[in-house]
Design a protein around this ligand. Structure first.
Ligand code: NAD
Length: 469
């Protein structure tokens, strides 16, 4: 946490949590199936709260980060939040409709349907890197599906947490939507509650702890985790274009993005072209990197030192480190930095980097890149640059990743009609749009018997009828 903000009182937050959980439970029990109009109204109020407090929230995020570009907050936190709310408001009526399913010949003329139903009270645990988007996105899914929700904000973003709490309290009764702040011990307690669904966004290691805690209540979890998202570039693709798009995905929020390109598998021999294009892109976006209001800081000193440690460690293992600008560490910023001659012994090839450092591994073929990726934990995103549809299809089917983008990075996360979620160590379950609605609903299978078929053949005594089956 940046200095200058009195931390929340953990005991008081735990007390609030206990009270709010009980209040939301009974409020839900009094209205178990909110109509489409009620859900649209809640989504509308969410939008109004964000619109009214957008500037204050952007300032709070920036203060929590030391410096977070206000434009980045608008572009990457608010714009997708509004789009997600609008999309859900538009479609909620359709999504709520029971869905007809087929019936086997034995049971005709009965009918089958899937009836979506709210789960009840949903818990949402939020990381620090996009504190607004990663609170509002899951909340949008929870409200669209007719639930009530309590959000636990990260201890690294206490100002954002407090500002969001006040903003939402102005538009919602706390028995509909509430925000809890406080430290890790509050988050740990939060995970032990008997939520009807718990959506956690954060690291893989904490995700394991959350799932363990949820198991005691058999609380269903959606785990939105991290990992090392690779980029593969085909030799025929214009390297300069690829470099520009990869660097853009890496520089957003100074690389502190769950789907940021973590490392690049580049055709051998293209290294210098890549460096030149990357340098040019960074120079064009941030003419004076250190002073640029558009380039965000690393969240805190601990993370800055962690990232600097990766570079020192890489250098000590013989890496070639290519900074694409200069920043004074006292500013909390770290310049985008390419790393070549990378080896597995380097810590930056073991951990998720989560900062503006980009290792480049030279490979001789796409097959070699795929083997490299498949020998490692399944990532949250995979990026492939190529114009050949057959090769694109082959890469998509031969690799596993939570999501993928072709000839672009990061942008797939902002598509409201695509499921978002990891696979294996990068997460489980999905949200956004329809998939978020489904995740936060009980999709109840309903068989409705016809008055014309009492299933007499299924009643005892069974005798030869059943033996003949
Ligand atoms: P983190 O796992 O350290 O913390 C996430 C949240 O969990 C925080 O609010 C924290 O208070 C809480 N927490 C900590 N210990 C807990 C426990 N034992 N039980 C319950 N909650 C606990 O992650 P972070 O550093 O805030 O965020 C960075 C990580 O999140 C990266 O790995 C990144 O890839 C991942 N991430 C994933 C997504 C996604 O959508 N898949 C999005 C953003 C970030």
């Amino acid at each position: 946490m940046q200095p200058g903000f009195a931390p929340h009182d953990n005991q008081a937050e735990k007390q609030r949590l206990a009270e709010l959980f009980a209040r939301q439970r009974s409020a839900y029990a009094a209205d178990v199936y909110p109509s489409a109009a009620v859900r649209r109204d809640r989504l509308g109020r969410l939008r109004l709260a964000l619109e009214k407090h957008q500037d204050a929230l952007c300032r709070a995020i920036s203060e929590d980060f030391g410096h977070r570009s206000l434009h980045e907050s608008k572009l990457l936190e608010f714009f997708p939040s509004y789009a997600g709310i609008d999309h859900s408001r538009r479609h909620v009526g359709k999504w709520m409709k029971p869905e007809k399913r087929g019936v086997s010949i034995w049971f005709l003329p009965a009918s089958n349907s899937v009836v979506p139903q709210p789960l009840g009270v949903v818990g949402i645990i939020v990381p620090w890197n996009y504190p607004l988007l990663l609170a509002v996105g899951p909340l949008t899914s929870a409200l669209t599906a007719g639930n009530r929700a309590i959000i636990k904000m990260s201890e690294y973003t206490p100002r954002t947490g407090e500002t969001l709490r006040l903003a939402l309290a102005e538009f919602f009764s706390e028995d509909e939507v509430a925000v809890i702040n406080g430290g890790v011990e509050v988050a740990q307690t939060f995970a032990t509650y008997a939520w009807d669904h718990l959506l956690f966004t954060g690291s893989t290691s904490v995700g394991r702890q959350v799932m363990r805690a949820a198991a005691d209540n058999l609380t269903p979890v959606t785990l939105e985790l991290g990992g090392k998202s690779p980029v593969v570039v085909h030799r025929d693709y214009p390297i300069a274009t690829a470099a520009e798009r990869i660097l853009h995905g890496k520089c957003l929020n100074a690389g502190q993005t769950c789907v940021a390109p973590d490392y690049v598998l580049l055709p051998r021999g293209q290294e210098e072209t890549f460096i030149e294009a990357a340098r040019q892109a960074v120079r064009q976006w941030y003419p004076d990197l250190a002073a640029s209001p558009d380039y965000s800081a690393v969240i805190n000193r601990r993370h800055l030192e962690r990232l600097q440690g990766y570079l020192d460690d890489a250098l000590s293992h013989g890496a070639r480190v290519v900074p694409l600008g200069e920043c004074d560490p006292a500013s909390g910023k770290l310049a985008p930095t390419l790393v070549f001659n990378v080896s597995e012994a380097m810590r930056l090839m073991q951990d998720e980097i989560f900062g503006p450092i980009l290792p480049i591994l030279s490979v001789d073929s796409v097959d070699e890149a795929i083997s490299y990726i498949n020998a490692r934990p399944r990532p949250l995103a995979l990026y492939y640059f190529d114009h050949d549809n057959e090769r694109i299809g082959s890469v998509l089917t031969r690799t596993h990743s939570g999501g993928a983008a072709i000839n672009e990075t990061v942008i797939h996360v902002g598509q409201d009609d695509l499921p978002f979620g990891g696979v294996g160590p990068s997460g489980m379950g999905h949200y956004h749009g329809r998939d978020g609605f489904d995740t936060m609903s009980k999709r109840k299978g309903v068989f409705a018997q016809s008055r014309l078929n009492g299933l007499p053949l299924m009643r005892p005594p069974y005798g030869p009828r059943i033996e003949a089956l």
